[in-house]
Design a protein around this ligand. Structure first.
Ligand code: ADP
Ligand code: MG
Length: 387
């Protein structure tokens, strides 16, 4: 939380979990007529679940997941968390022998990464880094929990040509994968990336096992082969987010993830409308996924602004202000900070990043979007009482 933040109104405000920067904030609520809502983490849970890994022809699904996870475990993004959690939940050793075509030569590097560069996993204090491979696989057989999806454990023994079929039918990992206890018992380790760079709103970049790896928006990774283009289009049509994985200048796989709308978001949107505000959805995610979420919570399709780069979120707010609107914005991410500061009234989710909280005028401590409407209603009522 920000040091300048103060809890206004020991009564109602505190009860509601509203943190206000200063009394002058109240004034900003008066004329607000438009409320811009960030999608991921604000309207949705911001907890992504891995749905599928689709390798390009000739690529290995688990190798692609390994490279992606190795890079993403340096990132805090919800997509990154979904990828690393799924990787860790798989039994170790899966990354060998699952190439889509038998024609490709085995990569000598494939298994090496697991034995030479195992990091100590801070969350469990494991010391696999020094363990010889034999010990690692032994540990795996004893402590890897059975994957909830039946049949997945057999994946390594299936012929290569079945790999693609498996990839397209990989079910979403269930909740236990995210839970602490199961994470503590999954010993699958990740090599640490070198030269890691977070390309805000685009993806991540770094060197894993000597390869320059990219994970992120498909256009970041470059031109995709047709089978991956199809995978991206299918995922987006289903309202999902698709990221591409590439290394050495070539796109290798598409990873699809899904988020869920918070159960309170639709009510929150209707409460905001009741205050006379027009809700607008703003996101760096793709149009189709954004429209799906908008429909679910009751935001008009023409009020969806998608595919927005972090630097452009602030411009989206400026454009609305240029139309003569008085704009409130609710967000949670580092990528929302500038837009929150630009808005006439910035509201941060208390469950979000410090950057967002510091840029905002007001924090919704519990991260409940319904409180945005409560806060504005309370502020307006307080103003009426003061004046
Ligand atoms: P939002 O505006 O919904 O909070 P972001 O601006 O954080 O979304 O991300 C926009 C897009 O950038 C994502 O949908 C994804 O395609 C890509 N992206 C950002 N960070 C990552 C990452 N760590 N790994 C993969 N893709 C990423
Ligand atoms: Mg967000």
């Amino acid at each position: 939380a920000t040091p300048t933040a103060l809890l206004v109104g020991t009564g109602r405000g505190a009860q509601l979990g509203i943190l206000i920067k200063g009394p002058e904030v109240l004034e900003s609520t008066r004329a607000v007529d438009t409320i811009v809502l960030d999608k991921t983490g604000t309207v949705t849970e911001g907890k992504m679940t891995l749905i599928d890994v689709i390798p390009a022809l000739g690529e290995n699904r688990d190798e692609a997941l390994s490279f992606a996870a190795a890079l993403e475990h340096a990132s805090e993004h919800p997509i990154a968390k979904a990828i690393t959690a799924s990787f860790r939940a798989l039994p170790a050793g899966l990354e060998t022998g699952k190439t889509n075509t038998a024609a490709l030569p085995a990569r000598p590097e494939a298994g090496k990464a697991n034995t030479t560069s195992l990091p100590v996993r801070p969350e469990t204090g494991e010391t696999n880094a020094t363990s010889p491979p034999a010990e690692i696989s032994k540990a795996n057989t004893t402590s890897v929990p059975a994957r909830p999806q039946t049949g997945e454990a057999n994946a390594t023994s299936l012929p290569a040509e079945v790999g693609k079929a498996i990839a397209t039918s990989l079910p979403a990992p269930r909740k236990p994968i995210d839970a602490e206890p199961s994470r503590a018992t999954t010993p699958r380790a990740l090599p640490s990336p070198e030269g890691f760079a977070n390309l805000e709103g685009l993806g991540v970049r770094g060197v894993v096992d000597g390869r320059a790896v990219l994970v992120g928006r498909p256009e970041l990774v470059g031109s995709l082969p047709p089978e991956l283009e199809v995978a991206v289009a299918d995922a987006q049509a289903a309202g999902r987010t698709a990221v591409a994985v590439g290394w050495d200048g070539k796109a290798r796989a598409v990873i699809t993830v899904a988020d869920t709308v918070k159960p309170t978001s639709a009510e929150a949107v209707s409460n905001l409308r009741a205050l006379g505000l027009t809700p607008i959805l703003l996101t760096g995610d793709n149009q189709a996924a954004a429209r799906e979420v908008a429909a679910e919570v009751g935001i008009n399709q023409e009020d969806v602004i998608a595919d927005v780069l972090p630097a452009d979120k602030v411009d989206a707010v400026k454009r609305l202000q240029a139309e003569g609107r008085v704009v409130a914005m609710v967000g949670d991410g580092v990528n929302d900070a500038a837009a929150l500061a630009q808005a006439d009234l910035g509201l941060a989710m208390g469950t979000g990043t410090d950057a967002a909280i510091q840029a905002a005028d007001l924090t919704l401590v519990r991260g409940d979007l319904r409180v945005a409407a409560d806060a504005i209603r309370l502020a307006r009522r307080t103003l009426r009482v003061i004046k």
